[in-house]
Write a protein that binds this ligand. Structure first.
Ligand SMILES: Cc1ncc(COP(=O)(O)O)c(C=O)c1O
Length: 375
C-alpha cells in the first residue's frame, strides 16, 4: 500500500509504539502526592521544560489536551468568555473546521465575524487585516499552514499588525509544526496535534500566553493550571514529547526528504498529465502537501480508483451522504464548485519513498485515462 494522506494522520513511530508498554508503567495519577504520582508529575514537568525551550515560553504556558480540535475550541470559547466586551472576531476564510465551526456558533450568538481577504494563492491580505481591526476586535485567527493546500502564511507580518494594534493573535500551527520555521514568540495562542507527526491520536498541545485570560472549557480538578481539567494522559504526554524529539533530531533530513518527494511528484505529474493545476503553486507551501486540480475526472472517482490499487489519498471536500461537497478552502481561493470537486490533496510522510511517487503518478495517469472515457 501507498499512504499519501499524512495530513489526515500519520503512523506512530515504531520506537514510540514499542516503548508504550514501558512508559505505561508510570501509571500514577500526577495529582497524587505519593511517589508514584510524583513520578508521573515529574514526567509532565520534564516534557513542559523541554517544550518551553522550543516554544521560547514558560513551562506554565504549555497545556496538554486531547488534540487541536480541543485546543482551538478552548482558545475561541475561552477568550470570548474572558473578554465579553469585545464582540468582533477576525479570521481567514481557510481556517480548519475546528476554528470555523466554533466561530459560526458565536456568530449565531451575536458576534460580528469578519473574514480576511485572501489572494488567488491563498495568502491573507495584510492591508485588509489592518482595515478590519477595531477597538472591539477580540482576536485574529490565521492558520499557519493550510491542511488542504499547504499554503504557508506570513505569520510574522500578521502578528506584528496584531501586536501594534494590541489584538490577541491565535494560530493553528498543526500542519506547519516541525516542518516549517515558526515564529513561536510572535503568537499568543497556538495549537498542535500529536497524530500529525507520528505520535498517537488524542494528545495535543495548546501554547497559551498566561498574561491573557482564558476561561476554561472543561471544569473539574484544576489540572493544567485550571485551563484544562481532567487527569493528564501521562503516557501520551511522554509519547508526544518523544515524537517531537525524534523529529527535531532528524528534522533536516526529514524535511529534505519531503521536499524531494513533493518536487518529484509535481515534475512527474506535469510531464504525464499536462492539464493539471497545482493550487498555491506560486507561493510557499509546506514540504508535505500538494493539492492538484485534475482535468475532466471527479476527485471522488479518482480517489476510489487509487484506493482500488491500494493508494490512499484524500480530498479537501467533505463527504456527506456518499458524495463530496466542495471544499470551503478552494471556494475561498476563488475556484469554482466544479474545480473544487476535481481536487485531490496528496500529503507525504517520512515513510514514503520515491518509488511510491512513481507508482502513484503512473496509476493516476491510468486512472484518468480510464475514467475520462466515462465522463
Ligand atoms: C490544520 C488542522 N487543525 C486542526 C486539526 C484537528 O486536529 P485533531 O485531530 O488533533 O483534533 C487538524 C486535523 O485534522 C488540522 O489539520
Amino acid at each position: 500500500m501507498i499512504y499519501l494522506d499524512n495530513n489526515a494522520t500519520t503512523p506512530i513511530f515504531p520506537d514510540i509504539l514499542k516503548n508504550l508498554s514501558v512508559w505505561g508503567e508510570i501509571f500514577g495519577n500526577p495529582s497524587s502526592i505519593h511517589s508514584l504520582g510524583q513520578r508521573a508529575k515529574n514526567e509532565i514537568q520534564k516534557s513542559k521544560k523541554f517544550l518551553s525551550q522550543i516554544f521560547k515560553c514558560e513551562p506554565e504556558d504549555i497545556i496538554f489536551n486531547s488534540g487541536a480540535t480541543e485546543g482551538n475550541n478552548t482558545v475561541i470559547m475561552g477568550l470570548t468568555e474572558a473578554y465579553p466586551d469585545k464582540d468582533e472576531i477576525i479570521l481567514s476564510p481557510i481556517e480548519h473546521k475546528s476554528i470555523l465551526n466554533p466561530v459560526r456558533f458565536l456568530a449565531k450568538r451575536g458576534y460580528k465575524v469578519k473574514f480576511l481577504r485572501i489572494d488567488e494563492n491563498g495568502l491573507v491580505d495584510i492591508e485588509d487585516l489592518k482595515r478590519k481591526i477595531t477597538k472591539k476586535t477580540l482576536f485574529v485567527s490565521v492558520i499557519h499552514t493550510n491542511n488542504e493546500t499547504g499554503v504557508v502564511q506570513d505569520i510574522r507580518s500578521i502578528s506584528s499588525v496584531c501586536k501594534e494594534r494590541e489584538v490577541i493573535f491565535f494560530s493553528d500551527i498543526v500542519q506547519g509544526f516541525l516542518k516549517e520555521e515558526i515564529p513561536y514568540k510572535d503568537i499568543d495562542f497556538f495549537t498542535v496535534s500529536g497524530h500529525k507527526f507520528n505520535a498517537p491520536k488524542g494528545i495535543g498541545i495548546l501554547k497559551r500566553n498566561k498574561d491573557i485570560d482564558l476561561i476554561p472549557l472543561i471544569l473539574g480538578g484544576g489540572q493544567e493550571y485550571g485551563v484544562r481539567s481532567g487527569t493528564e494522559n501521562v503516557l501520551f504526554i511522554i509519547a508526544i514529547t518523544e515524537a517531537i524529539k525524534i523529529w527535531q533530531k532528524n528534522r533536516e533530513h526529514f524535511v529534505a526528504h519531503l521536499n524531494l518527494l513533493k518536487k518529484t511528484f509535481i515534475k512527474e505529474l506535469k510531464e504525464k498529465i499536462p492539464d493539471i493545476k497545482i493550487v498555491s503553486e506560486n507561493v510557499k507551501t509546506a514540504p508535505h502537501t500538494v493539492n492538484v486540480i485534475f482535468p475532466k475526472v471527479k476527485a471522488q472517482d479518482l480517489i476510489l480508483y487509487l484506493n482500488s490499487k491500494n493508494i490512499y489519498v484524500s480530498s479537501g471536500s467533505a463527504c456527506s451522504s456518499g458524495s463530496l461537497t466542495p471544499s470551503h478552502v478552494l471556494l475561498a481561493y476563488g475556484y469554482s464548485k466544479e474545480e473544487s470537486l476535481r481536487s485531490i490533496r496528496f500529503s507525504f510522510g517520512i515513510i514514503n519513498s520515491l518509488e511510491d511517487i512513481q507508482i502513484t503518478v503512473n496509476t493516476l495517469k491510468k486512472g484518468i485515462d480510464k475514467l475520462s472515457i466515462f465522463s
